[in-house]
Design a protein around this ligand. Structure first.
Ligand code: BGC
Length: 367
C-alpha cells in the first residue's frame, strides 16, 4: 500500500511510497498512528529545492511535520502515555549520536546550530506521513480530546508562540511590565498559516492586532481576519508613511510574508522600543536594493529590536495546545475555518506543490 508522501533528491515532485514495515516499540518507546497531517510552506520548499536532507541511510525523506496522532502501543517502561491517547509530536530533536566536538552547551534544541539537530520530516529524519511510527514519550505532547479537530494546527501555532513569547521576555527584561500595563499594538504581515498563528497567540493575550495582506477586503481570508477580531489592512489602501509613528505605529511587528519589501515597509511603522520578528523567509534570497541605513538609524534612535526565531521550545507547544482549548468558546469556529481543505493521502500530492488561492491550511486525513 503506497500511503506515505516522500521527497526524492533531484526531483521537485512528491511521490507516494509504500511505508517501511511497522516496528514494535522498544521498552522505552511508543508506537503512534497518524490521524491528521498539515501541509506547510516548508514541505513545498523542500520539494522545490530538489535536495531534501534525507536520513543517512535513505535516498528519500518522508515528509510531514505537523501531525496529530494516536498512541497505539507503548513499551514496558513507558509511563507517560497509554494506548488511545491523542498526541502531537515535536519536530526538532538533538542529533544522535551527539557530536562530541560540537562544543554544544545549550539546553534547548530549538536554539542549537545546524548540524546539532534533526527535524522529523524536514532535516535528516523521516516525518509523519506514515500510517504508524515509533517515537520516544519525551517528544510527544498530550492533546485533550475536545480539540481533536484542530490540534494538527498546534505545531505552527507553537512556532508563532515562540516568536511572541521571546519578544515578550525581551521587553520584560528592558521595560519591566509595560506590555502588561498597556497591550502592545501588533502588526502581522501576511495571511498564511503562520500569520494566522501569530494573530491567534496575540489574541490569546487580548492584544489588538492589525493584519496586512494582498487579498481583497471582501475575500475569504480577509473575512477570517475579522473573525479573529483583528483589523484588516489591504495593500492597495494602506499607506506605510505614518504621520506620527509613536501614535499610529506598532510595538510588535510579526513579519510572516518572508518578503523583504514588506519587511522594510513594516519596519518603518515601529514605534520606539518596538520589536520586529522575522517569522518567514525565502529559501533562495536574492540581492536587492533597500535603504537599510534608514532602519539602522531609526533602530538606534528608537531602541528597536530585530529578532529571528525558528521552531519552538516545549513550553511553546504546551501553550499552543492551551490556546486551542481556551480560545475555543470565542474563536473555535474561526480556528476550524483555517483548515481550508481536507484531503486523502492520494489527493494530497497536488497540495504539496501548489497553494489554493484563498487556502490557509490543507490537512491530510489518514484512515
Ligand atoms: C517548522 C519548524 C521548523 C522550521 C525549520 C517549520 O515549518 O514548523 O518546526 O523548525 O520549519 O525547519
Amino acid at each position: 500500500m503506497a500511503n506515505s508522501v516522500a521527497a526524492f533528491t533531484g526531483s521537485a515532485v512528491p511521490k507516494l511510497i509504500a511505508p517501511p514495515a511497522a516496528a514494535l516499540p522498544g521498552p522505552g518507546e511508543v508506537r503512534c498512528k497518524t490521524l491528521m497531517l498539515g501541509i506547510c510552506g516548508t514541505d513545498r520548499d523542500i520539494l522545490e529545492s530538489t535536495s531534501p536532507v534525507c536520513p543517512d541511510d535513505s535516498e528519500f525523506l518522508v515528509l510531514g511535520h505537523e501531525c496529530l496522532a494516536c498512541v497505539e502501543e507503548v513499551g514496558a517502561e513507558v509511563t507517560e502515555c497509554e494506548p488511545g491517547d491523542l498526541v502531537v509530536p515535536a519536530v526538532r530533536r538533538p542529533r544522535q549520536p551527539e557530536n562530541p566536538n560540537s562544543g554544544q552547551i545549550r539546553r534547548r534544541v530549538d536554539m542549537v546550530p545546524w548540524g546539532n539537530y534533526v527535524e522529523r520530516g524536514i532535516v535528516a529524519e523521516h516525518g509523519f506521513s506514515l500510517p504508524v511510527w515509533i517515537d520516544r514519550p519525551e517528544f510527544l505532547f498530550p492533546v485533550s480530546s475536545e480539540i481533536k479537530d484542530v490540534a494538527v494546527l498546534a505545531e505552527p501555532i507553537s512556532v508563532s508562540e515562540k516568536a511572541v513569547r521571546e519578544a515578550e521576555q525581551i521587553q520584560n527584561a528592558r521595560l519591566d511590565d509595560e506590555w502588561q500595563r498597556r497591550a502592545p499594538r501588533v502588526l502581522v504581515t501576511g495571511l498564511g498559516p503562520i500569520a494566522f498563528a501569530a494573530a491567534i497567540v496575540c489574541r490569546a493575550r487580548d492584544w489588538p492586532v492589525t493584519m496586512y495582506g494582498r487579498d481583497d477586503p471582501d475575500s475569504f481570508r480577509a473575512g477570517l481576519v475579522t473573525n479573529f477580531d483583528c483589523n484588516y489592512v489591504h495593500e492597495g489602501a494602506y499607506s506605510w508613511t505614518l504621520a506620527d509613528v509613536e501614535q499610529d505605529g506598532f510595538d510588535l511587528v510579526l513579519e510572516c510574508t518572508g518578503n523583504d519589501f514588506v519587511m522594510m515597509q513594516a519596519a518603518s511603522t515601529l514605534a520606539s522600543c518596538g520589536i520586529l520578528v522575522w517569522e518567514g523567509s525565502t529559501r533562495l534570497p536574492q540581492p536587492c536594493q533597500h535603504n537599510v541605513a534608514e532602519i539602522m538609524r531609526a533602530g538606534i534612535l528608537r531602541n528597536h529590536i530585530y529578532l529571528g526565531t525558528v521552531n519552538n521550545a516545549p513550553v511553546d507547544m504546551g501553550r499552543a495546545l492551551e490556546h486551542l482549548v481556551s480560545l475555543r468558546p470565542r474563536y473555535g469556529s474561526a480556528i476550524r475555518q483555517l483548515v481550508t481543505r481536507q484531503v486523502s493521502v492520494d489527493e494530497s500530492l497536488w497540495h504539496y506543490q501548489s497553494r489554493e488561492p484563498q487556502g490557509v491550511k490543507t490537512v491530510v486525513i489518514f484512515d
